[in-house]
Design a binder for this molecule. Sequence first.
Ligand code: UT7
Length: 334
Amino acid sequence: MNYGTSVLGLGMYVPPRVWANADFERILNTSDEWIRSRTGVEERRFVEEEVCTSDIAAQASLEALKNAHVHPEEIDLVIVATATPDYLFPSTACMVQQKIQASRAAAFDISAGCSGFIYALCTAQQYLASGLYQKVLVVGAETLSKFIDMEDRNTCVLLGDGAGAMVLGRNDATNQFLSFVLGADGSGGIHLELPAGGSKRPASTDTVAGRQHYLKMNGREVFKWAVEKMVWASRQALAKAELPIEEVNWLIPHQANLRIIDGIRERLSFPQEKVLVSLPKYGNTSAASIPLTLAEGITAGKVRDGDLLLLVGFGAGFTWGASLIRWHALGAQQ
Ligand code: UT7
């Protein structure tokens, strides 16, 4: 039998240090005007040097647990979606499990770039629907500031740090997750990568001198794929749930670029006022961007009980994914 799955609580965390576009003007040949008009980003948050991904993931997780009225020891599984883990191993999820004292929980990471949160959500939902687990914590967290080349104006102005977390629970009655769509095409991998530090190009003095431990991106190519695949995934998620786009109350797309978001919206003929956006304040926070944006939408009182939400993401791999969710007041608070 398949159990129902609901969202019990949501949390987010962004570090306090704000980097405005003007801060880049001081160190790079760029301008606030270029960054705003080409990307939509106005400022982003950067962690302090001693802070790592599991630190901010744990902060968001503790807030989600508090909102869900769930004790860390009730959690059966911790899944962290991240492209900026603390280490290659152990997993960031294990670091979070220890930091929040979820002593009963299994833990693992998911590597699916900016689509990571949708991949993690889908994975968590399967564990609950199958009946294996009762409560799963899903986190999207990134410290991209640690992996950006502050001399590369093509990438460094786009990205930011942050974390979002969701506690999911199994129930006998309702299923809030109406559909999931996941996809990948490894031929696009070369367009968005962190070239060295893995088994293909282990760290060496040459890789360090060649700045190969920083993120590299072919922006134009990523842009094209992002629009095409997020439109496709959105349509598939609606078709699977047999729902028309007119019923969607809020589109919550990955926050990479306002022009990408507009491209998706226009192709889907979806109204601008029903799109949740947090990009101007936080930049592209990769796997954290969708839960951060949703958490802000809830805090602002925009997302209401019974709303139909369409979440859609695209990222390194390439990967993409979408999910339709019937939103209800956070489970355990009802
Ligand atoms: O989350 C998934 C991963 N990332 C994304 O989804 C990002 C996808 N790509 C994009 O958002 C856009 O492609 C960018 C914002 C990265 C770039 O915008 P674009 O309109 O595609 O610009 P471009 O790469 O075609 O560059 C146009 C010009 C170039 O100058 P030239 O060669 O025409 O003289 C760039 O060198 O803009 C220049 N440029 C900049 N100028 C000022 C690139 N970055 C900057 C900058 N400041 N920061």
